[in-house]
Design a protein around this ligand. Structure first.
Ligand SMILES: [Zn+2]
Length: 459
């Protein structure tokens, strides 16, 4: 039984989806006004692993993640650059997915854009006004009246009094609002800003309303999982709940939040050996190192990402690739289908415990050691089964191994040359063996002789 730490319950809960065998999942997506940073990468990988694992264990997963393509920062930057909001947002959305594709993050089944769901947001706002939970300020917009919802604060575990006291830092101050914690559902248009017609005058939706409206519209009442980064727990998802439940809807059943990314050093610059931009980290150490570093840590904990940590993760991935190369040299073809079910059970136990990936990767690392020992001892069947188990588990985490052969052309030719060299060595024809080695070297192939055979990979 999968157990999930639910942010709202602040406890582990058995995961029982709305419809057994089907999981509906919504994750707050990007506001594309700049290039993605490390935090975007981590959040995306965390929920990609959740999604992949649920599908891997047999659930049918519907994954929805939004794009906030209209927002204050987009409007400001588009003005700065002399471009339109939609062009700016589209550009940075492309940049965002360019990097996430490199990381192997699966594209959502649906990727709703805020500007395409304005009618649904207006319907929800009208429901809130009718329910007496929202009010109109002429020329300013529509606001949610927090005080009308006694349950407000149940996700971030704050009382109304605490909220009022802490208001100011993260909440827009507006003298006309009935309370400083009330938040905008609809913002009246300022001159030159993109706007939509509405019963409350031309304007645009507030940020929070989009996620409530789009998740309910696409996934329906009481969908299963709602995810996002920890930095967003307040006020964004709190407001999403308020908007949905305040209008009488049943919102998400489970709330997951991933921890923040920390970068050491006062200035988060490359010159200190650290990164802030996702692309730089991937360029330097590869996408699998980034993913490995993410799964080495529990998704709810803070994660320190720096050059050393990424280098260590890259070395771990190299170790797995080396196993795959050795196995290939020994003539082993392992596929996930050949996994050892009792061993897989240990991986599942770790993952079912609130996606405990640090434990899960420790289990996989143990199989790698055992597979290498089996190869050392010439126990090829055992090595093949262990490697199959490794591949099966890594599949759930979204990691594929590189056995060095690549998928490029010429693999058969290289195999044949390596075999010719092996034959020449067996016949103690060292001159012939060296000639073949030179030929392979000219093709960019690196050879490595091991007790169980010759491994090759491309330089
Ligand atoms: Zn959201």
């Amino acid at each position: 039984m999968l157990r999930i730490h639910d942010t709202a319950a602040r406890a582990l809960r058995d995961f029982e989806p709305r419809i057994p065998g089907q999981v509906s999942m919504y994750v707050c997506g990007p506001t594309p006004y700049d290039v993605p940073h490390l935090g975007h990468g981590r959040t995306a990988v965390v929920f990609d692993v959740v999604r992949r694992y649920l599908a891997w264990r047999g659930d049918r997963v519907t994954f929805v993640s939004n794009v906030t393509d209209i927002e204050d920062r987009i409007i400001a930057r588009a003005a700065e650059r002399g471009t339109t909001e939609s062009d700016l947002a589209r550009h940075y959305e492309d940049v965002y997915w360019e990097q996430l594709d490199r990381l192997g993050v699966l594209r959502p089944d649906e990727m709703p854009h805020a500007t395409e769901f304005v009618p649904q947001m207006q319907t929800l706002i009208a429901e809130l006004i009718a329910a007496g939970r929202a009010y109109v300020i002429e020329g300013s917009g529509v606001y949610f009246q927090v005080e009308t919802l006694p349950e407000y604060g149940r996700l971030s575990h704050r009382t109304f009094a605490q909220l009022v006291e802490s208001a100011g830092a993260r909440i827009e101050v507006d003298d006309e609002k009935r309370s400083p914690v009330d938040f905008a559902l609809w913002k009246a248009a300022k001159p030159g800003e993109p706007s939509w017609e509405s019963p409350w005058g031309p304007g645009r939706p507030g940020w929070h309303i989009e996620c409530s409206a789009m998740s309910l519209d696409i996934l329906g009442e009481e969908f299963d999982l709602h995810g996002g980064g920890d930095d967003l727990v307040f006020p964004h998802p709190e407001n999403e709940i308020a908007q949905a439940e305040g209008a009488g809807h049943h919102f998400a059943r489970y709330w997951l939040h991933s921890g923040m990314v920390m970068v050491s050093g006062e200035k988060m610059s490359k010159s200190l050996g650290n990164f802030t931009f996702l692309a730089d980290a991937i360029d330097a150490h590869g996408p699998r190192a980034f993913r490995w570093l993410v799964v080495q840590h529990h998704y709810r904990n803070q994660l320190e990402i720096n050059d050393d940590a990424l280098r260590a993760a890259a070395a771990a991935i190299d170790g797995f690739d080396a196993l795959a190369r050795r196995a290939r040299a020994a003539g082993i073809t392992a596929t996930p289908a050949g996994a050892l079910s009792a061993e897989v059970g240990r991986f599942v136990a770790a993952m079912d415990d609130d996606f405990d990936t640090p434990n899960a990767v420790a289990v996989i690392a143990g199989w790698r050691r055992d597979a290498n020992s089996a190869l050392d001892a010439g126990r090829l069947d055992e090595a093949a089964a262990l490697l199959a188990t490794v591949l099966h588990a890594l599949d759930a985490l979204g990691i594929a191994l590189d056995d060095g052969a690549g998928t490029a052309d010429g693999r058969d030719e290289i195999d044949a040359l390596v075999q010719r060299r092996t034959d020449a060595r067996a016949a103690q024809d060292w001159a012939a063996a060296d000639r073949v080695r030179d030929e392979l070297s000219a093709l960019g192939v690196v050879l490595e002789d091991t007790p169980t055979g010759t491994i090759w990979h491309r330089a």
